[in-house]
Design a binder for this molecule. Structure first.
Ligand code: ADP
Ligand code: MG
Length: 253
């Protein structure tokens, strides 16, 4: 999608778990070429929101539109094939498999084309094109030199980049990242921030959920803050950081 075009439109999103309201009446927009950070204290409802955006979970009320289409009831894989990729809060890699094979497997499972055919049997030519694609994505995230290392032997920051490489294989218009900086060292955070800025330059829309406010301040174009399931602020990072409701939520956390 061309830069500035709205790629995600969330309206009145509500998710209840029994009597607990995890998300309440959330409106949110995401545009091509934008990095949006959703922040909030632990338990605020960020992962719940994220799960609904990626169709892992279904809203109690409200709508999520991706590229203009209402995605209610879609399987996560259908959404991935349509151009929305996500990573998880906890790294999900096959530790004994090489970095390259982890990406290739992701490309295979998320493949846009020939999913059914390739699930039945993988042609040799398809396998080599998957590996070529995986190599390309490893280069994109700066891990090409570690292609043959077991994924489990990489540092946490590298594993996060590896997961992003895997998510990039479907050439997504939207990339959703759940706490990508959690547990990373300073240099690893910088490498991650540089990659995300690079993806933005390429016109991707990036939505990251992040507990660490410092990480998003220099990076995000816009910040939305969720507290007790409600969006309390949405705007320029500095303005959101200075918002009294946001400050109270973080001081109280
Ligand atoms: P965050 O990601 O901001 O830390 P979550 O979205 O994980 O917050 O959780 C928001 C609230 O919803 C929490 O009170 C959590 O316990 C609750 N919650 C999340 N998922 C479920 C679930 N599947 N069943 C019941 N309660 C849930
Ligand atoms: Mg969470």
């Amino acid at each position: 999608p061309e830069r500035g075009r709205r790629v995600l439109e969330v309206r009145g999103l509500t998710r209840r778990f029994g009597g607990l309201v995890a998300n309440q009446d959330i409106d949110l927009d995401l545009h091509a070429g934008e990095i949006l950070a959703v922040i909030g204290p632990n338990g605020a409802g960020k992962s719940t929101l994220f799960n609904q955006l990626s169709c892992v979970d279904t809203p109690t009320a409200g709508t999520v539109r991706f590229l203009g289409q209402d995605v209610r009831g879609w399987a996560p894989r259908r959404l991935a094939a349509a151009g929305l990729s996500r990573t998880f809060q906890h790294v999900k890699l096959l530790p004994a498999m090489s970095a390259l094979d982890n990406v290739a497997l992701g490309a295979h499972l998320r493949g846009r084309a020939g999913l059914l055919r390739s699930a039945l049997h993988l042609e040799r030519s398809e396998e080599s094109s998957l590996l070529a694609e995986a190599r390309h994505q490893l280069e994109r995230v700066g891990l090409a030199h570690l292609a043959d290392q077991p994924a489990g032997s990489l540092a946490l920051g590298q594993q996060r980049l590896l997961e992003i490489a895997r998510a990039l294989c479907t050439d997504p218009a939207v990339l959703l990242l759940d706490e990508p900086a959690a547990g990373l060292r300073h240099q690893e955070k910088q490498a991650l921030a540089a990659l995300l800025a690079d993806l933005r330059t390429q016109g991707m829309a990036v939505l990251l959920v992040e507990h660490d406010m410092d990480f998003v301040m220099g990076l995000a174009d816009r910040v939305a803050c969720i507290v007790f399931g409600r969006k309390v602020a949405d705007g320029q990072p500095a303005a959101v950081q200075a918002d009294p409701q946001v400050q109270a939520a973080y001081l109280g956390a």
